[in-house]
Design a protein around this ligand. Structure first.
Ligand code: NAD
Length: 271
C-alpha cells in the first residue's frame, strides 16, 4: 500500500483472515495502525534505506533553493523583470559556514548532516531521543536539547517520524525560539509542524523562510502559504527519482514475497 492508504482495523478485517502482510511502499508507516495489525498477527514491512540519499538530496535542493531564492528568481526572470545586474538584486543567504540543526538524526537526518558537514562546511547540531556519539566524533556534530538546537541554528531540518510524541513538535512556541533569520525545512511528515502557526510565523517574519515537501492536511495546503514568497512547496516528492521509486517498489514486492513464502520479510517492523 501507499502512504496515502489509511490501513486501520476495519480495512484489515475487510480482507479476512488470509491477510498476512501489509507492505508499505514508504519508510514512514504512520498510515498503518500498528496496534491493530499486532492484535491480528499481521506483519508490517516498510522500505527503509533505499530512499535515504534521495530524500537527503531533496532536502538540500530545498535548502539551497530557499536560501538562494531560486523559485522566486525564476518567476522574476520569466516575468521579464530582469533588466540589469544590480548589487542588491535578490540577496539570499549562504549555507557554507552556517549552522544546521537536525531534528531526528536517523538514516535520513544523518545523511543530511553528512552533506552539510562534508559538502558545505556547516556546523551540525542535532536533537534525537537517542544520542549518537560515533556520529558526533566523525562529523563534529553536537547533541543538545531541541530548544537549544532551535535557538542556535540558521537552518532547521526535520527528520523524525510522525508519532504522538512528534505531532506539532514545531508549534508557535518553538517557532519563536528560532532566529528571525532562520529557515525551516520539512521533508518528514506534515503534522510534525503546526502549519497554521508556520504560515503566521512566515507572514510576520518570525523566521525568514521555509521549504516544505509535506503538509499537515495534504494534499490540502494552508491557503496563506500559497501567497507567500518566503516559502517553497513541493508535492511530497522527496523520494521521487526514477532510481529510488524503482528500488522502493522492488523492496515492497520482495517483502510481500518473503512474507507469503513463510520467511521473514527483510524489512519487517517489530511492532
Ligand atoms: P529513522 O527511523 O532512521 O530516523 C528517525 C529518527 O528520529 C531516529 O533517529 C529516532 O530516534 C528519531 N526520533 C523518533 N522519535 C523522536 C522524538 N520524539 N524526538 C526526537 N527524535 C525522535 O527514519 P528515516 O528513514 O530517517 O526517515 C525519517 C522520516 O522521514 C520517516 O519516518 C518518514 O516519515 C519521512 N520520510 C519522508 C519522505 C518524503 O517523501 N518526504 C521520504 C522518506 C521518509
Amino acid at each position: 500500500c501507499l502512504l496515502t492508504d489509511k490501513i486501520d482495523g476495519e480495512v484489515m478485517d475487510s480482507f479476512g483472515p488470509q491477510l498476512k502482510i501489509i507492505a508499505n511502499m514508504a519508510v514512514g508507516f504512520d498510515n498503518v495502525d500498528t496496534q491493530e495489525a499486532k492484535k491480528r498477527g499481521i506483519m508490517i514491512a516498510n522500505t527503509p534505506g533505499v530512499l535515504t540519499n534521495t530524500v537527503a538530496e531533496h532536502t538540500f535542493a530545498l535548502m539551497l533553493s530557499i536560501a538562494h531564492r531560486i523559485p522566486e528568481a525564476d518567476k522574476f526572470t520569466r516575468a521579464g523583470k530582469y533588466e540589469n545586474w544590480a548589487p542588491m538584486l535578490m540577496l539570499g543567504n549562504d549555507l557554507s559556514g552556517k549552522t544546521l540543526g537536525v531534528v531526528g538524526l536517523g538514516r535520513i537526518g544523518s545523511r543530511v548532516a553528512h552533506h552539510a558537514a562534508r559538502g558545505f562546511e556547516m556546523k551540525v547540531l542535532y536533537y534525537d531521543i537517542n544520542r549518537n556519539e560515533e556520529f558526533e566524533k566523525e562529523f563534529g556534530a553536537v547533541y543538545m536539547p531541541l530548544d537549544d538546537v532551535l535557538k542556535q541554528s540558521d537552518f532547521i531540518s526535520i527528520h523524525v517520524p510522525l508519532l504522538d510524541s512528534t505531532r506539532h513538535l514545531i508549534n508557535p512556541e518553538k517557532l519563536k525560539l528560532m532566529k528571525p533569520t532562520a529557515y525551516l525545512v520539512n521533508t518528514s511528515r506534515g503534522p510534525i509542524v503546526d502549519e497554521a502557526a508556520l504560515a503566521d510565523a512566515l507572514k510576520n517574519n518570525v523566521i525568514r523562510g521555509a521549504a516544505l515537501d509535506v503538509f499537515e492536511f495534504e494534499p490540502k495546503i494552508t491557503p496563506e502559504l500559497l501567497t507567500l514568497d518566503n516559502v517553497i512547496l513541493t508535492p511530497h516528492i522527496a523520494s521521487a527519482t526514477e532510481e529510488t521509486r524503482s528500488n522502493m517498489s522492488a523492496l515492497a514486492a520482495n517483502n510481500i514475497i518473503e512474507g507469503l513464502e513463510g520467511r521473514t520479510p527483510p524489512n519487517l517492523l517489530k511492532n
